[in-house]
Design a protein. Structure first.
Lengths: 115, 113
C-alpha cells in the first residue's frame, strides 16, 4: 500500500480481555517498529523487527505484551489480560533500513481504551 | 541515556506570524533528527529529516536546522496559517541504537485566524 496501515483505528475492550492490533507496513520496508503514545506525551519505543525477527523488544513493558511478524511484512501486537493502564495510542512505523538516511513513516495508530 | 526536550509545550500565535519551535537533546551522537506533525487523534506525518552531516533542511514554509554539537534543533514556520495548528514532535535516532527514535513530548501549536 501507499502508507503504513493500522487496524482497527479504535478498540474498546474490557479489563482482562485479550486484544490484537495489526500493522501493515509500506511494501518493501524491512524494518518495523511499534510505539506507544500516552496523552500529552511523545511516542515511546516498544519493539523493533528487522525482517521476521524481533531485533529489540526491550521497550515492551511486561510479559503481557507480545508482537510477531511471521512473514516479514504484517505485524501483530498482542496484549493479554489488558489493564486500564494499557490505554493509549499504539503507533506502528516502518522504514527501509537503518542509519543516517533512514526515515520512519508512521501509521494512523490504534487508540486502545481499556474500561 | 538520550533525552529529548521540546520548548514551549504549547504556543498560540495569530495568523501570519513567523515562529520557531525548539528541540534539544542530551547526546550529540545521533544519525539524524526528524520533525513530525500530529493532528488530534491522528498518526505522525514526517515533515523533515536532517542527517547528522547536514545543518538544515527546507520544505515549503518549513525550515529545520540542526546544531549537533550543542544538541539543538529548531523548526521555523514562515507565515503561519490556521491549518498549521497541530502538535509538532521532534525525534532523534541515536547512534547506539540506530533503529530506535527517541521523541520529545511535542509543542502544541494553535494559529488563530
Amino acid at each position: 500500500g501507499a502508507g503504513v496501515s493500522q487496524t482497527p483505528s479504535n478498540k474498546v475492550t474490557e479489563k482482562g480481555k485479550y486484544v490484537e492490533l495489526r500493522c501493515d507496513p509500506i511494501s518493501g520496508h524491512t524494518a518495523l517498529y511499534w510505539y506507544r503514545q500516552s496523552l500529552g506525551q511523545g511516542p515511546e519505543f516498544l519493539i523493533y523487527f528487522q525482517g521476521t525477527g524481533a531485533a529489540d523488544d526491550s521497550g515492551l513493558p511486561n510479559d503481557r505484551f507480545f508482537a510477531v511478524r511471521p512473514e516479514g511484512s504484517v505485524s501483530t501486537l498482542k496484549i493479554q489480560r489488558t489493564e486500564r493502564g494499557d490505554s493509549a495510542v499504539y503507533l506502528c512505523a516502518s522504514s527501509l533500513g537503518r542509519g543516517e538516511n533512514t526515515e520512519a513513516f508512521f501509521g494512523q495508530g490504534t487508540r486502545l481504551t481499556v474500561v | 541515556k538520550q533525552e529529548v526536550t521540546q520548548i514551549p509545550a504549547a504556543l498560540s500565535v495569530p495568523e501570519g506570524e513567523n515562529l520557531v519551535l525548539n528541540c534539544s537533546f542530551t547526546d550529540s551522537a545521533i544519525y539524524n533528527l526528524q520533525w513530525f506533525r500530529q493532528d488530534p487523534g491522528k498518526g505522525l506525518t514526517s515533515l523533515l529529516l536532517i542527517q547528522s552531516s547536514q545543518r538544515e533542511q527546507t520544505s515549503g514554509r518549513l525550515n529545520a536546522s540542526l546544531d549537533k554539537s550543542s544538541g539543538r534543533s529548531t523548526l521555523y514556520i514562515a507565515a503561519s496559517q490556521p491549518g498549521d495548528s497541530a502538535t509538532y514532535l521532534c525525534a532523534v535516532r541515536p547512534m547506539d541504537s540506530s533503529y530506535k527514535l527517541i521523541f520529545g513530548s511535542g509543542t502544541r501549536l494553535l494559529v488563530r485566524p
